[in-house]
Design a binder for this molecule. Structure first.
Ligand SMILES: [Mn+2]
Length: 342
């Protein structure tokens, strides 16, 4: 409440604003950023969205996309200037500055007041204003709530509503994850009344596959999916060469880990992808098994209890081996959780 009043005060005069989010932004990261940007522009602020890296083409329909500055695509200098000059910096859908590498360090050093809006576990304490709740299904839901609490619901137009709707739809797994609440549906109902076309957004996000992406999915499911029934674990290990073969683009591996999680009886699912900078890992779980803790303990990562990410500087094979050798010590936890669903 205190933060709300103070932020309201800060936004009462035009400000230079930078909004940023996590690397490889997903629909929640980009949707909440562009939704927030659209709203702040209407309030008369000067706003730039800076993403640490690029993001998938199926998000390019969002209003404001063409003005996004992708930091690592030759925009380092321009972004540094904007960050240094900013009066307010919004950090959306992530809460640890080191997660966005060099951009995070620039933000840490910048004199601007920082605003954190996020729903990930264990936030770093760097923000002047914090709107953080792990109970929120998505950051977009928090952005909606913030705009409403600031007394500006009337400024949410169709473009803002659709960007926020996209974030909520995808972060709840299309309203299927346990994070989906009555409030989630109320928020979405209001976004629809404010102009969000749910069919359009759903088509743009989900029915926007390239043929290569679908062939890659087929390959991953038939050749790469491994299942360990004793450990209630399913996983996939994808090499850079395999990504290359299917001309994989940013976002093409997104959602792959959920197929592993969808196998009957699976409690833990993992996806290992060999990227130029490191092996990137996605974890998903069902029930009480915390993949956030698991990722933090073993793979330099974190996130949510049932959805987390990590990385490894070892080779792809060594990383997968490490994972497989760790699993037996979690056998009881992985077994136990299955009972809940029987
Ligand atoms: Mn999110």
């Amino acid at each position: 409440m205190q933060d709300l009043q103070a932020l309201k005060q800060a936004l009462s005069t035009p400000k230079k604003v930078v909004i940023t989010t996590h690397p490889k932004p997903d629909a929640d990261a980009l949707g909440s950023s562009l939704g927030m940007a659209g709203y702040l522009k209407k309030k008369g602020h000067s706003v730039t969205v800076v993403t640490p890296t690029d993001y998938p083409g199926f998000l390019h329909w969002m209003s404001g996309n063409t003005d996004v500055l992708v930091f690592n695509e030759g925009n380092e200098e321009k972004a540094s200037g904007l960050v240094a000059d900013a009066e307010l910096i919004f950090c959306l859908d992530f809460s640890v500055l080191s997660r966005i590498y060099e951009l995070g360090e620039l933000i840490r050093k910048a004199p601007a007041d920082k605003v954190l809006i996020d729903h990930h576990l264990e936030p770093e304490d760097f923000a002047r204003y914090s709107f953080w709740s792990t109970a929120a299904a998505s950051t977009a839901e928090l952005v909606y709530q913030l705009i409403v609490d600031l007394g500006d619901r009337h400024l949410i137009d169709k473009n803002i509503a659709e960007a926020l709707y996209a974030g909520i739809m995808t972060d709840t797994g299309s309203f299927k994850h346990p994070s989906t609440t009555e409030l989630t549906h109320k928020v979405v109902a209001d976004l629809i009344s404010l102009g969000a076309d749910v069919h359009r957004v759903s088509k743009l996000i989900y029915d926007n596959n390239s043929l290569e992406k679908l062939r890659f999915l087929g390959f991953a499911l038939s050749e790469k999916l491994q299942y360990l029934p004793e450990l209630h674990t399913a996983y996939m290990v994808i090499s850079a060469e395999e990504l290359d073969k299917f001309k994989s683009r940013t976002g093409d591996t997104e959602g792959l880990v959920n197929f592993a999680l969808s196998i009957e009886g699976v409690v833990l699912a993992a996806l290992f992808v060999e990227r130029p900078e490191a092996v990137k890992i996605s974890f998903r779980s069902i029930g009480d098994f915390s993949v956030s803790q698991f990722a933090k303990d073993h793979f330099e990562g974190g996130g949510h209890k049932n959805a987390a990410g990590g990385k490894s500087d070892m080779s792809l094979e060594e990383t997968a081996d490490k994972f497989l050798h760790l699993l037996p010590q979690y056998k009881d936890q992985l077994q136990e959780k299955k009972l809940i669903y029987q």
